[in-house]
Design a binder for this molecule. Structure first.
Ligand code: GDG
Length: 479
């Protein structure tokens, strides 16, 4: 590899958008993981000679940078693996990122753990990412830092490479200033983020929270969407704004119309015994997603005889996630106990109440679930955006489905004709399910059409362009 290669656009995220696959003969290759982010950035990366810096998902193995070819846009980009060892995964990733920041930023649904050793590891690993970026960024390059695992990178990078334009995007919520104030390293995290020229959030509410934290905890002044950061020789202006992320709506629409996907959806319905209503939940198995709340609502409706096990079936896909973190292990036990209780009580030999699938599926199978589902349940207690909601809408080409959507998911700011619920209000979820089950075709179509229009207009490509154009306009000076 050419050590002098430099790139005008560098994206950095904790995890690279590729998986390492080792075949039976021991030969390792890379397979792209089909995330929305890589789809959105691929065309931009291809035209701007881009590089992606991140962890390849394997520990303690030094892997050389390489060119990833044959993307959807026909282009290629450079991949720069950052090495992490086992104890760094435990302390930086599972610890500080997922047992401290994740629960704190999701309004304390679980109790955050504060450990100094985890924090020290977070600082050290962030520094490694910052150095890896500094090495591959061309003079005056644009760097886009992704998400809560790397909040210190903007400041660390600016210290080494002041010539670079730095953007940061948070995929998860930014908590209220009173909650954020719990974090023993709150000033350092804010200073880390303020190393960027532009800090992007999913929702207007996140921006408000961030602005308040900066004013109250650092004493900096903010004006509209700008923070005035004092520097040695004056003031540097840092912009912050909302950029609600979206999906590759066209790709999901195409899947929704694909005869193979539709045939598979029909097969799923038949396999379930052709119930009148199929309800669906698809989530990472995470306590923020409100899986328990929707199970409770569904179980109560069965118990009260308001729905019947032969008429309504719930498919719950729970994708394994963060399986070594204690809270996640407990959550899994809890959910599986709840599913077993509901099934024990209400299933019959012929009909199962809850079809619980603890694994991940190929995209085509996910699409078949979306097509088959009459009602999609998104009952997150707190969620930056929730792409599943948008994917369901985009795949629903018959305009025949109903989306029950938590008002605590970022997507509720945009998908206003969904049946919005407060997921803590179990009776409210129950009413929404019953309402969706008897909703007229005309009303379903009206609601779904409006949402589909929105996800098509505001797709992920538009999101990336809007962010990068705004970043390009930032120059650190007063507006
Ligand atoms: C974070 C924020 C924010 C899921 N199971 C399978 C599968 N998926 C895909 C979905 C969707 C993605 O994973 C999940 O995205 P979400 O937005 O629903 O949730 P998080 O993972 O928590 O994502 C969230 C997001 O970042 C983006 O900014 O919206 O708020 O928490 O795309 O389709 N994909 C496949 N098989 C599965 O089994 N192929």
């Amino acid at each position: 590899m050419d050590q002098t290669q430099r790139f005008d656009l560098v994206v950095v995220s904790n995890r690279l958008p590729v998986d390492r696959v080792v075949a039976a003969d021991g030969i390792a290759t890379w397979r792209r993981s089909p995330g929305g982010l890589v789809t959105a950035l691929e065309p931009v990366m291809a035209t701007s000679h881009g590089a992606w810096v991140g962890w390849p998902g394997v520990t303690s193995e030094r892997l050389d940078p390489f060119e990833l070819k044959g993307g959807l846009a026909g282009g290629s980009f450079h991949v720069v693996p950052v090495e992490l060892n086992e104890s760094e995964i435990v302390e930086y990733y599972e610890g500080f990122a997922n047992a401290t920041l994740w629960p704190l930023y999701h309004d304390l649904i679980a109790v955050p753990e504060y450990h100094r050793q985890w924090w020290e590891c977070y600082v050290k690993v962030n520094e490694r990412f910052a150095r890896a970026v500094a090495e591959v960024a061309a003079p005056g390059a644009t760097v886009w830092v992704q998400d809560y695992q790397l909040q210190l990178v903007p400041q660390q990078l600016r210290a080494i490479r002041p010539d670079i334009k730095i953007g940061f995007f948070s995929h998860i919520p930014f908590p209220g200033a009173d909650l954020f104030a719990q974090l023993p390293w709150r000033e350092q995290v804010l200073q880390g983020l303020l190393g960027a020229d532009l800090v992007g959030f999913q929702r207007v509410e996140d921006c408000r929270n961030f602005g308040r934290a900066v004013r109250h905890l650092l004493g900096y002044r903010t004006q509209r969407d700008t923070v005035q950061v004092p520097t040695e020789n004056g003031t540097r202006m840092v912009r912050y704004s909302d950029y609600p992320i979206s999906i590759d709506a066209k790709a999901f629409e195409t899947l929704g119309r694909d005869p193979k996907v539709r045939a598979r959806a029909e097969q799923i319905r038949q396999d379930l015994g052709s119930p009148k209503t199929i309800l669906l939940g698809i989530d990472r198995l995470d306590y923020t997603k409100g899986i328990r709340h929707r199970l409770k609502a569904f179980g109560e409706l069965l118990g009260e005889g308001r729905i019947d096990v032969g008429d309504a079936a719930l498919i719950q896909v729970a994708v394994p996630s963060r399986e070594r973190v204690r809270t996640y292990q407990r959550l899994r036990d809890d959910i599986e106990l709840t599913v077993a209780r509901i099934n024990g009580e209400f299933s019959t030999v012929g009909d199962t109440a809850v079809h619980y699938l603890h694994r991940s599926f190929p995209r085509e199978e996910m699409a078949a679930f979306y097509v088959a589902a009459d009602i999609m349940l998104v009952t997150a207690l707190r969620d930056g955006m929730n792409l599943v909601a948008k994917e369901y809408v985009a795949t629903n080409t018959d305009n025949n489905g109903a989306l029950i959507l938590s008002e605590f998911a970022g997507a509720s700011d945009e998908l206003k004709t969904a049946l919005l619920v407060n997921p803590h209000d179990i009776d409210g979820i129950k009413s929404a399910i019953l309402y969706a089950m008897q909703m007229s075709k005309t009303e379903r179509t009206r609601r779904m059409r409006a949402m589909r229009r929105h996800v098509h207009e505001d797709n992920v490509l538009a999101w990336a362009h809007r962010y990068l154009e705004d970043l390009d306009r930032c120059d650190g000076a007063a507006a």
